[in-house]
Design a protein around this ligand. Structure first.
Ligand code: FAD
Length: 546
């Protein structure tokens, strides 16, 4: 009887071969081998021609050795001879330790011996040295063979050379390490997901972003940003086999650092099936993975934004100039119209008083005609207000531009800006210039309110968040505040509540309300705030582009 596990395939095959050998042993087979084999097989086996069994054991492709209880070799087969380089007569009577390369740690031998002297089979890997001194890695199984008294009578050893497999594995490990090194050195964020969206591989850039997002999973943040800013779910799209390339989205990382821009690409990858059914390479597709790459293009975007901001500054100055001209010309027309009306009335009266036109009447008529002409010239020279086309607008971006435009004024007034942009916001369909001017006006109001207070700590808080189907903006200052009775009146045209009224028209909030309404939203002053003013305004993402 043997304690060899039937699950051990090479061992089981060996025992079968030995059982067959035992059924008809060839002449000259050592008596110990006969005894061992009968112990191992329990005398099983049908009588068959002895030569067949003998050849079966001799030619078994695995190196087989039989030892006594102290590992002294009694028998070796052909495969043992060719693998170790020792002829049978050179090793019989010697200890199996002849094969030891001395580079296998002692702890392994101790475990081996603890197991087999405990009458249990042992399987493991050792480094062996063959007769010519070359080393090879041996996958060894040793099974104790117990006699009728319950004592260990022999050990059956079987081993094969797995140096090639080991080298292939080492090569694979090396390749894996190389891939990891390359992935981690790549300046691109790489993340591989399983079909359910679970991260199964990521690189250093991904981990860095994970840290920057303080534990929020970057893939979730990027996914939400793509959904909101590009209008599709990247994971669904990849799953459906529709890869995508260079989709640019922004995400807010921290309050002060500004947004980070990523150019994202996604693709579906399929591994070859590693299960036995694909052993003969029928190219059965295995697991599918979603690969997402995100390239940080913040520096490039910042450069573009800086140039854009310069352009914006110039345009804003131009707009202010043409606005000023419109107002000045409007006022001049208004002032001219009055006396001209009087002159025209006088001409009418003079004409009605006499049949013949008097010199005065004709002089006045001439003045009136010249005046009218001048009026028309003035009207014609009013700069035309250009109607702005609708566009997809990122509210965070507009607010940030406004903050940058106002930087000098904010610094001069000693105002601390507390900026809380939402990680990502849906784009809204709107008029960029109008919205930007409105936000600028609201920030200007906050600066005025802070300048009218004696507070030493001056704070402007801006926050954005997603609101069902739209965006909510909060602008709060700890300035003079608005009297509760005026919180609705401030939206009326020409209402001026500032202590210093100079240069104010009282139209800013009225216009802001109109702009917000055009964007399907609303604006209100928070009535619960004790100190300062908080303006809430909402904008609808899907507002029609008029
Ligand atoms: P050793 O002094 O022989 O042994 C090292 C440690 O093993 C000792 O410190 C001790 O803890 C333990 N040990 C050794 N002999 C015994 C014992 N009789 N009883 C209890 N504990 C003991 N080794 C290989 O390197 N390559 C092989 O291919 C190989 N095949 C083997 C096949 C069989 C069937 C058996 C039974 C053993 C085989 N061995 C093999 C183990 C071999 O016998 C030696 O134990 C091993 O090679 C270490 O040799 P060593 O001279 O370095 O140290």
């Amino acid at each position: 009887m043997t304690t060899i596990s039937s699950q051990d395939v090479p061992l089981a095959a060996g025992i079968e071969a030995l059982a067959e050998f035992l059924a008809a042993p060839p002449d000259g087979t050592p008596a110990e081998v006969m005894e061992l084999l009968s112990l191992m097989t329990g005398g099983l086996g049908e009588p068959l021609p002895p030569r067949i069994y003998f050849e079966a054991v001799k030619q078994a492709p695995v190196a087989i050795s039989i030892t006594d209880a102290k590992a002294n070799i009694l028998y070796v087969n052909d495969a043992f001879e060719s693998l170790t380089g020792y002829r049978a007569d050179e090793v019989i009577g010697r200890n199996e330790s002849i094969l030891s390369s001395k580079s296998t740690p002692d702890s392994i031998y101790q475990h081996l011996w603890r197991t087999i002297t405990g009458k249990r089979p042992w399987s493991g890997t050792l480094v062996n040295r063959s007769r010519d001194g070359s080393e090879y890695i041996a996958a060894l199984t040793i099974a104790p063979v117990i006699d009728q008294t319950g004592e260990i009578a022999y050990f059956l050893g079987m081993h094969r050379d797995i140096t090639r497999e080991h080298e292939a594995e080492a090569q694979l490990r090396k390749q894996k390490t190389r891939i990891k090194v390359v992935l981690n050195a790549a300046p691109v964020l790489v993340v591989l997901l399983d079909e359910s969206g679970r991260v199964i591989l990521d690189n250093q850039e991904y981990k860095k972003l994970l840290g920057d997002l303080r534990g929020r999973e970057p893939i979730e943040v990027l996914r939400q940003a793509i959904v909101e800013q590009a209008g599709f779910d990247p994971l669904e799209s990849i799953r459906a086999g529709h890869g995508f390339k260079d989709v640019e989205v922004s995400i807010e990382i921290s309050r002060t650092g500004g947004p980070r821009w990523f150019s994202c690409s996604g693709t579906l990858t399929s591994e070859a099936d590693a299960t036995p059914r694909n052993y003969f390479g029928r190219n059965i597709l295995g697991e599918r993975h979603l690969l997402l790459l995100a390239n940080d293009i913040t520096a490039r975007r910042r450069e573009v934004e800086r140039a854009h901001l310069e352009n914006l500054r110039a345009r804003l100055a131009e707009q202010q100039m043409s606005h000023g001209m419109r107002e000045a010309l409007g006022a001049a027309i208004y002032q001219l119209q009055g006396p001209l009306n009087v002159i025209q009335a006088a001409v009418g009266m003079l004409k009605r008083g006499s049949a013949e036109p008097t010199t005065l009447a004709s002089m006045l008529a001439q003045i009136s005609a010249t005046g009218q002409q001048a009026l028309e010239t003035l009207k014609g020279s009013i700069p035309v207000e250009v109607k702005e086309p609708g566009a997809m607008v990122n509210v965070n971006e507009l607010l940030r531009q406004v903050l940058e435009l106002e930087t000098d004024r904010l610094l001069a007034a000693g105002i601390v800006v507390d900026w809380h942009p939402a990680h990502s916001l849906p784009q809204i369909n709107g008029h960029k210039t109008q919205l930007r001017s409105m936000f600028k006006h609201l920030v200007d109001n906050a600066i005025l309110a802070l300048n009218e207070t004696s507070n030493t700590h001056r704070e402007l808080r801006l926050a954005t968040r997603t609101l069902d189907g739209g965006v909510e903006v909060e602008i709060q200052d700890n300035g003079v505040g608005i009297d509760p009775s005026s919180r609705i009146k401030v939206f009326e045209p020409f209402f001026i509540g500032w202590r210093n009224r100079r240069g104010r028209s009282g139209m800013g909030l009225a216009l802001s309300q109109e702009i917000v309404n055009q964007h399907g939203g609303s604006i209100q002053i928070d009535s619960d705030l004790r100190e300062g003013t908080r303006v809430y305004l909402s904008l609808n993402a899907a507002a029609a582009d008029e």
